[in-house]
Design a binder for this molecule. Structure first.
Ligand code: SF4
Length: 304
């Protein structure tokens, strides 16, 4: 999929995208690309896991390797030369895992150090140098690979809808408005809006409930908004692109096709759940569906 056999693969992982933004910028530095080439790689490939990945996907188009429960599997491909982690959702066992795999695990936050990892503390005042140091470590580790097992699977997605953009999509530049959505709900073409969000859970089948629920909801004409690992779960099964329309009910499909949005909207990382509330507040403000968010035909669920 998004990992490259012949390039240095660096994975950003966690929840704070500041350093990751800098890593993405610095990875385009011709000096570093030439350094990677001098070590036998064709280039530098930045990818991500968890919500740092989603933040950088939305802003820079960096592809996602997987969600929370895939971080160990990603290392087991043997193709990740460095995994850079900040805070939250970093499995502690990664430190043990890299003892027997070539990946350089790099912690960057004083709040999340892991035995077995190299610690390179992030300092905003020196971000560019630190990003460069990290990328150099990944490049130096490229030659230490011991066979790779990269699954040949990938799935495109449309990510990063904000309430401003939904407003624009619904009404255009000069008449941006939530009116078409409200009218569609009042007409019954859309039954309501459901936020399907949240983490993976190792006690249930990975991604299954997210996918099942989202398919069922859109087939019954509910517009779905997603964030975090739930969104990554559904993107793996092609539900976050316009072609997912084939699973949507007639009413929802008619609106999405007219407006040009997929039936499942990716609103960001898990810390962007508040964006869903902003959308709902806009719907209330538009009028005709109640005086409060609690009056709306809307629900939220974290199925795993
Ligand atoms: S959705 Fe949950 S598991 Fe996934 S990155 Fe966010 S907090 Fe972590």
């Amino acid at each position: 999929g998004v990992l490259k056999e012949d390039e240095v693969n660096l994975v950003i992982h966690g929840h704070e995208p500041t350093l990751s933004e800098m890593i993405v910028t610095v990875a385009d530095d011709p000096e570093l690309i030439n350094y990677a080439k001098s070590k036998g790689a064709k280039g530098i490939n930045i990818t991500g896991i968890c919500c740092t990945a989603i933040e950088i996907l939305m802003r820079q188009g960096v592809p996602v390797v997987g969600n929370f429960l895939q971080q160990e599997l990603a290392i087991l491909t043997g193709a990740i030369d460095a995994m850079v982690v900040d805070i939250q959702c970093i499995i502690q066992a990664l430190g043990k895992l890299v003892e027997t795999n070539h990946t350089e695990l790099i912690t960057t936050s004083p709040k999340a150090k892991i035995p077995g990892a190299t610690h390179i503390p992030f300092d905003e005042h020196n971000a560019q140098e630190i990003a460069k140091q990290i990328i150099m470590k990944a490049i130096d580790n490229f030659a230490n690979r011991n066979g790779t097992r990269i699954p040949n699977v990938s799935s495109p997605l449309v990510a990063g809808f904000s309430h401003e953009y939904i407003n624009y999509m619904l009404g255009g530049k000069y008449r941006a408005s939530f009116r078409p959505l409200n009218d569609a709900i009042i007409d019954g073409r859309i039954q309501g809006v459901v936020g399907v969000v949240g983490c993976n859970n190792p006690r249930v089948t990975h991604d299954k409930s997210h996918n099942y629920l989202v398919k069922e909801l859109i087939s019954r004409d509910y517009l779905v908004a997603q964030t975090g690992c739930g969104a990554i779960a559904c993107s793996k099964y092609g539900l976050l692109r316009p072609e997912a329309m084939e699973h949507a009910g007639e009413g929802l499909r008619s609106i999405c096709e007219t407006v040009g949005i997929p039936p499942v909207l990716h609103l960001g990382s898990c810390v962007d759940n508040s964006r869903i509330l902003t959308v709902l507040a806009q719907v209330v403000h538009e009028g005709g569906l109640g005086e409060d968010i609690s009056d709306l035909p809307a629900a939220g669920i974290a199925p795993e």
